[in-house]
Design a protein around this ligand. Structure first.
Ligand code: FAD
Ligand code: NAI
Length: 507
């Protein structure tokens, strides 16, 4: 009983501490301190993008050291790992968005934000050309922003490999708008299939949901979709219960190539149980408004074309380079061989340039294009820039003290000691190590309240799968959410969809 009493007290205290922590976070967000305005003579640091790389940099950057300008067509940060859950309404889209204005308001010194897209970067003149592509435009829609230092974190766009029909007929899954489009389209297919006198062939087509790309985006989406069907659609629209099908098409011999073999097998067998059809060694070649044409390689090596009629097609075949990056690559001779993005050195400086750094999916640093990498790169740059500012300040102090040495001979020993102290600090800062990525592991949701995880543990690798891993997946993503507000909203959405079911209304 004594143990139980202590356990109860401990639990009670942790709950109070947790609530206090969240409460303090909320209070701080709602009552930010007045911001200082940085000295205009300081360097202008322009940051492109409000994704994982740029926002991780902003989070830890001492903004009082620079005149910081953030430019992005998106005035919010998006927590992409939970985006597949928004396609079915398990999570509402606003729960995983954090306004950039809120993030910037928390900084000690003010930061300027322009909602605009960078169309080109001129590394010789040190200017970025930007344009306002939003619905409402003022007299000025295009202008130039000069920079002293530039960080490019514009991410990547969807790869289509020039396959005919993909851009016109499929849905991507990268942005909030994509998730909303998919959610609408799923319900449109269901309601159209239930329309009076619809032919059986047409019902089968409309209820066939095809996902192209067996990477984590495609796998997680397929899992979420099947959950939506099993837990909600099937119960509320029983007349179509035996017609709904999810098919996943992958060009390689297996899905989730970045996971270990046992997790790949586990995912494929779970999909089989969930009745998700996987077609591996199947490469999509053409898309029309109602069909997907793919070439399948049979075990004897023979190739055959299959046609899949579909109602919803989700295209998740990875990343391609954005036009602004292609344009910059074409201006830098040292980037002549860059195909997948801007080649950067170990300090994330864009090869062949001065004062330009790149982070995340638009940079090629030898790592996978993931949020984990982009986040760590952003944090690295924040430390680097904070140190650079500190170096300048220390060098200024050393210069000042050295020049005053002969003016105060009586104090010479004390001044020399002070200079030595600053020099020691300077050496420590200048000894900055290059960027090193530390892989924490990979996680993916695969449907039916199951997840797979390849986690780094004491320099080794632990592979786990199943329902407990799903709990780990949930707690990991809750702790990674950007703010306390996001955390509370996501928990609320999970509870809401479990208790009341997902919302089937089509907006
Ligand atoms: P992004 O986060 O894509 O941000 C790019 C920013 O640049 C955006 O704000 C965009 O609006 C802005 N921008 C675009 N064009 C311009 C322009 N011309 N000028 C100025 N700004 C511009 N990774 C993981 O590690 N774990 C996961 O669980 C995971 N899940 C994912 C789920 C989905 C559905 C997707 C699509 C990706 C997922 N990823 C995950 C990958 C991860 O989201 C990316 O690797 C990460 O977002 C890259 O960060 P970034 O800063 O380079 O780009
Ligand atoms: P991806 O590049 O990981 O996978 C795309 C898949 O599409 C590949 O397996 C490829 O073989 C296949 N493909 C390409 N063309 C095809 C065609 N014509 N027909 C059939 N299949 C084709 O892309 P994804 O899943 O969008 O991920 C992008 C990045 O984001 C990756 O680095 C990934 O690790 C990361 N990510 C991580 C997640 C996680 O950790 N849970 C979740 C989602 C994305």
């Amino acid at each position: 009983f004594r143990v139980l009493r202590w356990a109860w007290r401990l639990g009670y205290l942790s709950a109070i501490a947790g609530i206090g922590y969240i409460g303090y976070g909320v209070y701080e967000d709602r009552h930010p301190e007045d911001q200082i305005v940085p000295d205009p003579s300081k360097k202008t640091l322009v940051i492109l993008g409000t994704g994982w790389g740029s926002v991780s940099l902003l989070k830890r950057l001492d903004t009082e050291n620079y005149n910081v300008i953030v430019i992005s067509p998106r005035n919010y940060f998006l927590f992409t790992p939970l985006l597949p859950s928004c396609t079915t309404g398990t999570i509402e889209h606003r729960s995983i968005m954090e306004p950039i204005r809120t993030i910037l308001r928390q900084k000690k010194a003010s930061v300027r934000f322009y909602e605009a897209e960078a169309s080109s970067i001129d590394p010789d003149r040190k200017v970025v050309r930007i344009f306002d592509n939003s619905e409402i435009r003022g007299d000025i829609t295009e202008t130039e922003v000069p920079y002293d230092m530039l960080v490019i974190g514009v991410g990547a766009e969807n790869a289509t490999f020039g396959i005919p029909g993909v851009r016109d007929h499929s849905c991507f899954l990268k942005e909030i708008g994509d998730a909303q489009r998919i959610r609408k389209r799923i319900m449109d297919c269901v309601e159209t299939a239930a329309f009076k006198d619809q032919s059986p062939e047409e019902i089968n087509r409309l209820l066939h949901m095809v996902v192209v790309g067996g990477g984590p985006t495609g796998v997680e989406f397929a899992g979420e979709l099947q959950d939506f069907f099993e837990e909600d659609i099937k119960k509320l629209v029983p007349e179509i219960a035996d017609r709904f099908r999810v098919t996943l098409i992958e060009a390689l011999p297996n899905v989730l190539p970045m996971f270990s073999k046992q997790l790949i097998d586990y995912t494929e067998s779970t999909f089989k149980e969930e009745k998700i059809d996987i077609h591996t060694k199947t490469m999509v070649k053409k898309v029309t408004d109602k069909t997907v044409e793919a070439e399948v390689t049979r075990p004897d090596g023979k190739k055959e074309t299959i046609v899949f009629p579909y109602g919803l097609l989700v295209w998740a075949t990875g990343n391609a380079v954005r036009p602004v990056i292609k344009d910059l690559i074409s201006r830098i001779p040292a980037q002549a061989n860059s195909r997948r993005g801007l080649a950067v050195n170990e300090y994330l400086v864009v090869q062949g340039t001065r004062d330009i750094w790149a982070v995340g999916d638009c940079a090629v640093a030898g790592y996978a294009p993931t949020a984990q990498v982009a986040g760590q790169e952003g944090t690295f740059l924040a430390r680097l820039f904070n140190n650079m500012a500190m170096t300048e300040a220390l060098e200024g102090k050393i210069g000042e003290l050295s020049s005053s040495l002969n003016l105060q001979p009586g104090n010479a020993a004390a001044v020399s000691r002070e200079i030595e102290g600053y020099e020691r600090q300077l050496r420590r800062i200048k000894d900055a190590k290059p960027f090193h990525y530390s892989h924490q592991g990979s996680l993916a949701y695969i449907g039916s309240d199951k997840a797979v995880a390849d986690v780094t543990w004491f320099n080794g690798n632990v592979a786990a799968a199943g329902s407990l891993t799903y709990l780990f997946w949930r707690s990991a993503y809750i702790s990674m959410c950007f703010s306390s507000r996001n955390r509370l909203l996501v928990i609320n959405d999970w509870l809401k969809s479990k208790v009341f079911g997902r919302d089937l209304s089509r907006e």
